[in-house]
Design a protein around this ligand. Sequence first.
Ligand SMILES: NC(=O)c1ccc[n+]([C@@H]2O[C@H](COP(=O)([O-])OP(=O)(O)OC[C@H]3O[C@@H](n4cnc5c(N)ncnc54)[C@H](O)[C@@H]3O)[C@@H](O)[C@H]2O)c1
Ligand SMILES: [Zn+2]
Length: 361
Amino acid sequence: MTSCLVRSRLGDYPVLIESGLSEDLPSLLAGMGWSGRLALVTNPVVHELHGERIVRSLSSSGYRPETLLLPDGEAHKVLSSVTALLDGLLSLRWERGEPLLVLGGGVTGDMGGFAASLLLRGVPLVHIPSTVVAQVDSSIGGKTGVDHPMGKNLLGSFYPPRAVWIDPDLLVTLPLRERRAGLGEVIKYAMIGNAALSDLLDSGIEALGGEPFRRELWSLAISESVSEKARIVSEDEHEGGLRMTLNFGHTFGHALEGALGFGEILHGEAVGLGMLAASRVSERLGLSSGVSERLLALLKASGLPYQWPRNVSIDDLLRFWGSDKKTRGGKATLILPVSWGKVIMTRDYDQETVRKALLDL
Ligand SMILES: NC(=O)c1ccc[n+]([C@@H]2O[C@H](COP(=O)([O-])OP(=O)(O)OC[C@H]3O[C@@H](n4cnc5c(N)ncnc54)[C@H](O)[C@@H]3O)[C@@H](O)[C@H]2O)c1
Ligand SMILES: [Zn+2]
């Protein structure tokens, strides 16, 4: 088992990572001092694949699990889904000390976490993430929320969980494309500073991006990614500086998602291409050399897309890029690599160089 502690103003919490950990929930719950009733918040897909088994094991250990289902998919990551979940919990006369275990991907985690923060001004929350994105990213750091017609993640709260319990084995059932897309975020952690992860990717990227699912390799990749994210959010919980480096690849990535129409490309795929764009911009500005080549090799070997989609015009992209919510005063802060393993934030660039770098992709 690997574990790390995330520091938070609202209370530190442990992240545990172990293959098969979801078989062991009764003892983990007992370790937290919880008995009796608890809610398993998940979605129909994950419930069938993993939730039913978990409910059986909890029941047979004397717990009284209540299953509450959220709808599947980003389109349902809206306030009304959270309200419906809260209606369900209130009609069960939920009490303040009774925990919510949120099992699923980032969509379920963001909504379940938001509901936990609102219900009775906060009930105990445990994340049991079941996608790569959720295991290495969304379950850690305390951001919860939903989308709004005006934009993604516009409503939400900071609400750290009491614990994050990660079972890499849950990824066995994840479709290959989703698993690969998660590698986009894993590569990001290597590029912003985790050297052990860079080594692991150099030798293992093909196996990580392929079939069959490689349990030990994935456990390592997840532990290293988690330790990187935990380190960063512990130092900068509210995105004053360092936490912004987690957005590496995301400015161009979001613009690409927007220009293609949301849903056409998976987020992690867009982040991979976004990091490639940022690396090329950096090279054109003379800030680095060779980074984009190394990234390109990883993207190719992982099975992630590595070619900029031909049906996206650079003008569309620049328009979406300009409207990114991280833009301040009309000019976006760019997060650019200066070497493999080190990124900087800068507004010292000209649009024309960016345009040329993007045209060149
Ligand atoms: N809170 C944060 O800090 C943070 C960070 C990153 C991303 N996010 C959010 O996370 C969301 C994306 O998360 P995601 O990529 O996990 O998408 P997702 O939650 O939509 O999951 C992808 C699909 O996989 C299915 N699934 C989940 N676990 C599975 C399993 N083990 N086997 C088979 N299928 C499974 C889901 O039902 C879904 O259909 C976005 O809404 C994003 O805004 C939040
Ligand atoms: Zn991301």
